[in-house]
Structures are given as C-alpha cells and as structure tokens.
Write a new protein. Structure first.
Length: 396
C-alpha cells in the first residue's frame, strides 16, 4: 500500500444499447453481454496490453441464472482476455454497477492495482425461476416457484411487513409522502423519453454505445419519442387501485451491460490516451426500505460535502430514474440544483434499468459528458432496493 492515495482516471466507458424485456438482447446470455462490453472496451485502446489489466469488477443484482459462478471472471474468459486476468462480481442490487466502479477505483487508489475494468450486467429477460429446497426429504406436496426478475422473494418472516413492500408500492409511498401527483410523474416521464430520443438522434451516444455481436438494436429499445401526456394519462396504476405509479412513469424491465476502463497515472501512460474524467469522492447511505427511493438524497449530500462541492457547482447530474415519483422526491430535496442539468440525455424511465448495469451506465455517461464539455464536476447517483443510496463524484 502506498503512503498516499493515487488519482484514478476514467479512460473510456462503453455500454450496450439497453434492450427491453423479451426484446433484442433477450437471446443473449448475461455472461456473453458482459464479455461483449469488456471486449469492446479493451479493443478501443489498442496500445494497452490486455495482460496488464490487474482485475475486473462487475456488478450484478441477480446471480441466480446464467451469470452465476462469478460473471466478471466468466466475462474475462469469454472475451478472450488472458487467463491471468482475474475477475470479481459484486452485488449492491441497483447500485451494483457503480459499486464495481467504487471498488475498482479504491483498489487503484491504494496501489493494489494500476489498471482495472469496472462494469455491470443484467439480463432481466433471462432471470430464472427458482425453487427453494424443502425442509425435509422427499416431500409429497407441491413446491412454490419464485421469479428472480425483480424484487423480493423468499422473504424472511422476521422482516417487518412495511419493509418488504413491492418496489412500486414503495414508489407510491414516496409519492404520497411528498405530495407528488400523477400529472407531475407523467410529465417527468415524457421529458425523459424526449431527451433520450433527441440525444440518440443527435449522435450524443455514439461515443459510448457499442453493438452486441449478432444483435444490434439501433438505440435503447424502450424509448418512446411518440408518446404524449394524453397517452401516459390513459395507463392504469399498477400497484394501487387509485394510485399514481404506472408502467409509463416507471423504469421498465431491461437487459444490458456497461464497462469502464480505470487507471492510475502509470496505467494511463500505458493506454496512450487522454482520460475522460477523474474519479472523485463517493458515499453510500441507508434508509428505511420502504423509502428506498429517497436513498440518493443523503448519499449525494455526503459525496459533495467530501468533495468540497455543492449542487450549484455541478455541470451534469445522472440520477437513475427507477420511478418518476422517487426521482422527483429526490430532486425536491437538493436546493440550488438546476433541474436542466439532470439526465440531460434522458434517464432510466426512457432508457431502461438493467439492474446490475445501471450504475456503470450512468457513471460512464457522466464521464463522457464531462469530456465533451472539456471541464467540470459531475455526479451519478442511484436509489437501491432494501433502502440504500449510492453516489459518485467525477471531475475533469
């Protein structure tokens, strides 16, 4: 370990177009999705000897299907990197991809690595059903099967019931708690779709989006640039009979992967490239599980405080939009934040939320936006199921 922490740079960041549930990427195994972005990332830096990658960190929220047995290591092998390159998989649910970035950056900062890849992957389309083992051998009755696509399953009966509500019900609770109505949520969702559509049309995602071999959706599949407030208003609430949370103002179920190349100064010289940004401070916080949507509020405050910044100093802010209700609840608690800088190229309501990949996607998005601007400070943040928030500051 070194006497002082090293600076950590984002050299490059890539992601797949995000596929809809059962869509273009549903035929691709999650370990192959992870290998796809890993291979693309390394190939974009031809001066880098892949054997110099000290470790690969990947986030994944499921781990129950084809991504089992350490998907990061599987991605290394499937991408054709040298077998000497190790890999580890981390899980902080919706924050897993960002947690991978945090852990990789920490390893570089303390001198345990010089070059690392961090990313995340999720195939919600291919998430399996699971059956728990019976309490005794050779049962004669039927067994319950659980979907691992999203949310609670096999809940511990010791958990208070208010903690284990469905994620959408949690969004309803947050909306009610902050007085956020249906109209505001639908307007937020529409804005997200329109910004994402304009960004793709303007080529703003060209620097980061990479195709998957044999499958190449033209853009994120869930973007609906032809929707309207009237169309969104016709959708029925999903979680409460007279609720406000609908399929239109929530992030959809998705498939996708993202990856970032991180280095210290020595590693940066080995790449022969100018970095997109530098990794700054980070913070993770906890909150009551039913209020999970507000998790980023304190995490962002702490990360900015550690960086000696406030919301008025930010050039860009990528806030993962799990639900329009939770995003609006968070935005209302950061005074001085200019809403125009939040998700300027669209958010997860339109783009999608492949759980383990989203944290890496939005971190890479901030890095690319800072590089395009030439200088500035940005932050990425997510709410996390079971009541957590995670935030990461980047500088250029």
């Amino acid at each position: 370990m070194t006497d002082r922490l090293k600076d950590v740079y984002v050299v490059d960041a890539v992601r797949t177009p995000v596929g809809r549930y059962g869509g273009a990427l549903s035929g691709v195994r999650p370990d192959d999705l992870a290998a796809s972005v890993l291979g693309a990332l390394v190939s974009r830096t031809p001066a880098l000897d892949p054997a110099r990658v000290d470790d690969v960190f990947f986030g994944n929220a499921n781990g129950a299907g084809e991504e089992n047995r350490d998907v990061a290591r599987m991605a290394v092998l499937l991408a054709g990197l040298p077998v000497t390159v190790p890999g580890t998989t981390v899980n902080r649910l919706c924050g897993s991809g960002m947690e991978a970035v945090v852990q990789a950056a920490r390893a570089i900062a303390v001198g345990d690595a010089s070059i690392a890849v961090a990313g995340g992957v999720e195939s919600m389309s291919r998430a399996p059903w699971v059956v728990p083992k019976p309490g005794r051998a050779f049962p004669t009755g039927h067994q319950e099967m659980f979907s691992t696509t999203l949310g609670w399953r096999m809940v511990n009966p010791r958990m208070p019931k208010e903690w284990t509500v469905a994620l959408g019900e949690g969004a309803e609770i947050v909306a009610e708690r902050h007085g956020i109505g249906r109209e505001a949520q639908d307007a937020f969702a529409l804005d997200s779709h329109l910004k994402a559509a304009r960004a793709w049309e303007a080529g703003l995602y060209d620097a980061e989006a990479v195709p998957v071999d044999g499958v190449d959706p033209a853009r994120d599949e869930c973007i609906r640039d032809n929707t309207s407030l009237e169309a969104l208003a016709r959708l029925k609430p999903v979680f409460r009979q007279n609720g406000t949370v609908t399929a239109g103002n929530s992030s959809p179920l998705n498939d996708g992967a993202a990856a970032l190349l991180l280095t210290d100064e020595d590693g940066l010289r080995a790449t022969g490239r100018e970095p997109l940004a530098r990794i700054g401070t980070t913070a993770v916080t906890g909150i009551e599980p039913q209020y999970f949507g507000e998790g980023p509020v304190e995490a962002v405050r702490r990360a900015l405080r550690k960086a000696g910044r406030d919301t008025g100093d930010l050039l860009t802010f990528e806030l993962n939009e799990a639900f329009a209700a939770q995003a609006l609840a968070c935005l209302g608690q950061w005074p001085g934040l200019d809403p125009a800088i939040v998700n300027p190229r669209g958010g997860a309501t339109a783009i999608g939320h492949p759980l383990g990949a989203s944290g890496a996607r939005i971190t890479g998005a901030v890095a690319h936006q800072l590089a395009a601007a030439g200088s500035g400070t940005g932050i990425a943040a997510l709410c996390i199921g079971v009541g957590q928030g995670l935030a990461l500051v980047l500088e250029r």
